[in-house]
Design a protein around this ligand. Structure first.
Ligand SMILES: Cc1cc2nc3c(=O)[nH]c(=O)nc-3n(C[C@H](O)[C@H](O)[C@H](O)COP(=O)(O)OP(=O)(O)OC[C@H]3O[C@@H](n4cnc5c(N)ncnc54)[C@H](O)[C@@H]3O)c2cc1C
Length: 450
C-alpha cells in the first residue's frame, strides 16, 4: 500500500534555542508539534552569555528555574576596555547565565519532549510530494503539517540582506593569566573587538570579531595575531592560543516566506556586540507561538502572520543594530582604522522644523494583526505597499489617524498639533504622539512634501 502522510499541526525544522523554545511553548499549550534537528549546531565558543536582564522574559515564559537548572549562573566579573585603554568593571549588572550550547539546546529539546512535543534528533528534513520527509536514526516519517516553521539558524546567506559590514567571528582557546581568572572582558582593538572569558579553572576563550573584507585582504592569521598583541586586557596575556571555531557573524535579515514562518536567526540575526541573540531567539519563539495558535484558528491569516513575524524580527534586529552602532560610536581611539570607520553610526540628517511633510504615497489602509496576550487580533492599520510592512499602532498611538493629519503637507510640529483634533489622538499625551510621528519619519512613512 502506498504510504500516506501523517497530518500534524506544526513542524519546526531546527532545534536550537528558537526552535526548541517554540516547540516547548506550543506543546505546553496542547498544540501538536514535531521538532526536527539535524544536530549540526552553529559554531561559537565554549559557552554563550545570557545577560541577567533576560530574567523577566524567562519568568514570563515560566523558564527561569529551568534555565537555572540547565545553565551555569555566570560567576564572572564583567568589564570593558572600550573608548580608553583603561579596564572599567561593570558595577550594576545582574548575574546572567553561561550556556554550553549543544548540551543546553539538547536540554531544551528534552523539556519540549517532556511537555508533549515529538522531538526527532539527528534528523534531516526533505520537502517532497506535497509533504515533508523526516529521516533520522529511528527511521523515516512523512508529514503533512498545517504550519511549518524554519528555525535553522544563520542559513541562506545569499538571500540575506546585511544590516552592517560583514563580520567574521573567530573563537580562540588558550591559557589565561592567573590574574585574569574569573573575568569576562570586552575590548576594542584597532582591527575589531575581542570578548574573553576566563573561568576559575580550565582554558580561557577569546571571541575575536574582525572585518570580513580585511580578513580577505590581509589573511585572518595576521589579523588575529595583531589583534591579540594589541590588547591591553586578558586577551593580550593569553598563551598557547589555538583557533577553535570560525563563523560569519554579520547581522542581517531575510524576506518572509508566504507559506512558512522563519524564526530566530533564520529570520534575522543581530550584531554579536549586543550579546542578546539567545534572548532574541526566546522572545521570537514566544511571538511565533502566539502567531501559530492564531493561525490554527484562522488559517487564512497564516501568510500575513508569517510576514508580520518577519517584520517583528527585522525591526528587533534593527533596534539592536542602533544600540550596537552607538557602542561603536563610543570608540574614538581607532577612528582611522577600516573596522571602525565602517561601523561608525551615520547621524540622521537634521530635520528642518519648518519642512512640510506628508504621508508617503505607497501607504494605504490595511488589516493589521496585533498581538493581544497569546493570540493576534485584527485591527485597522496601514500597509506600506513598497515593503509590505503593516502597522496599527506605535506604542499606544494609532498610526492611521496620525497619518491622516499629514494628508496635507505640514511641518512635524503642525501635524502633531493638528492631530489633537482627532478623537483617538486627543486623549493621548502629546509627547507620545510627537515620538510616534518622529518614528514614522525615520521609517520613511512621512516624507518631505513635494
Ligand atoms: C560566534 C558567536 C557567538 C555568539 N555569542 C552569543 C552570546 O554570548 N550570547 C548570545 O545571546 N548570543 C550569542 N550569539 C548569537 C546566538 O548564538 C544566536 O542568536 C542564537 O543561537 C540563535 O538561535 P537559533 O535557534 O535561531 O539558531 P541556532 O542556534 O543556530 O540553531 C539552529 C538549529 O537548527 C538546526 N538546523 C539547521 N539547519 C537544519 C536543517 N536543515 N534541518 C534540521 N535542523 C537544522 C541546527 O542543528 C541548530 O540546532 C553568538 C553567535 C555567534 C555566531
Amino acid at each position: 500500500m502506498a504510504p500516506v502522510p501523517v497530518d500534524v499541526e506544526v513542524l519546526v525544522v531546527g532545534g536550537g534555542i528558537a526552535g526548541a523554545g517554540l516547540a516547548l511553548l506550543l506543546a505546553r499549550r496542547g498544540i501538536q508539534v514535531v521538532l526536527a534537528d539535524h544536530g549540526r549546531l552553529h559554531r561559537s565558543g565554549p559557552h554563550e552569555t545570557l545577560l541577567g536582564s533576560a530574567r523577566p522574559l524567562l519568568e514570563r515564559l515560566d523558564l527561569g528555574s529551568r534555565f537555572d537548572a540547565l545553565a551555569v549562573r555566570d560567576p564572572l566579573r564583567h568589564g570593558a576596555v572600550w573608548g580608553s585603554d583603561e579596564l572599567v568593571w561593570r558595577q550594576d549588572a545582574a548575574p546572567g547565565w553561561l550556556l554550553a550550547r549543544g548540551a543546553f539546546d539538547a536540554g531544551l529539546r528534552t523539556m519540549a519532549a517532556a511537555a508533549g512535543a515529538v522531538v526527532c534528533e539527528r534528523t534531516v528534513v526533505h520537502e517532497h510530494d506535497g509533504g515533508f520527509w523526516l529521516r533520522g536514526p529511528d527511521g523515516q516519517r512523512w508529514l503533512r503539517p498545517r504550519t511549518v516553521v524554519m528555525a535553522t539558524g544563520r542559513t541562506g546567506r545569499r538571500e540575506r540582506r546585511e544590516l552592517g559590514p560583514r563580520t567574521f567571528a573567530f573563537t580562540l582557546v588558550g591559557e589565561v593569566d592567573a590574574a585574569d581568572r574569573g573575568t569576562a572582558v570586552v575590548e576594542a582593538v584597532a582591527d575589531g573587538w575581542i570578548w574573553t572569558h576566563a573561568l576559575a579553572q580550565g582554558p580561557g576563550s577569546a571571541a575575536v570579531m574582525l572585518d570580513a573584507a580585511a580578513c580577505h585582504q590581509h589573511g585572518r592569521s595576521v589579523l588575529l595575531a595583531r589583534a591579540l598583541r594589541s590588547a591591553h586586557g586578558p586577551a593580550g596575556r593569553m598563551s598557547s592560543v589555538r583557533l577553535a571555531t570560525a563563523t560569519d557573524a554579520t547581522a542581517g535579515w531575510l524576506a518572509p516566506c508566504p507559506d512558512r514562518l522563519r524564526l530566530g536567526d533564520a529570520a534575522a540575526s543581530i550584531d554579536p556586540l549586543a550579546s542578546q541573540g539567545v534572548e532574541k531567539a526566546l522572545a521570537a519563539a514566544d511571538h511565533a507561538a502566539a502567531a501559530i495558535a492564531t493561525a490554527l484558528l484562522q488559517p487564512s491569516w497564516w501568510p500575513q502572520l508569517c510576514a508580520q513575524h518577519a517584520q517583528w524580527e527585522r525591526e528587533l534586529a534593527m533596534a539592536h543594530g542602533a544600540v550596537a552602532a552607538d557602542w561603536y560610536g563610543r570608540e574614538s581611539r581607532f577612528a582611522g582604522a577600516p573596522f571602525w570607520r565602517a561601523r561608525q553610526p551615520v547621524p540622521a540628517p537634521p530635520l528642518d522644523p519648518q519642512q512640510p511633510l506628508q504621508a508617503a504615497g505607497e501607504l494605504g489602509p490595511a488589516m493589521v494583526l496585533v498581538r493581544q496576550g497569546d493570540r493576534f487580533v485584527a485591527q485597522d492599520g496601514i500597509e506600506h505597499r513598497g515593503t509590505g510592512d503593516r502597522l496599527a499602532q506605535i506604542g499606544f498611538v494609532p498610526v492611521a489617524p496620525l497619518l491622516r493629519t499629514f494628508a496635507v503637507p505640514r511641518s512635524l510640529a503642525a501635524g502633531v498639533a493638528a492631530a489633537g483634533s482627532e478623537a483617538r489622538l486627543f486623549v493621548l499625551p502629546p509627547r507620545a504622539v510627537w515620538q510616534a510621528a518622529q518614528r514614522l519619519l525615520r521609517m520613511g512613512w512621512l516624507v518631505p512634501a513635494r
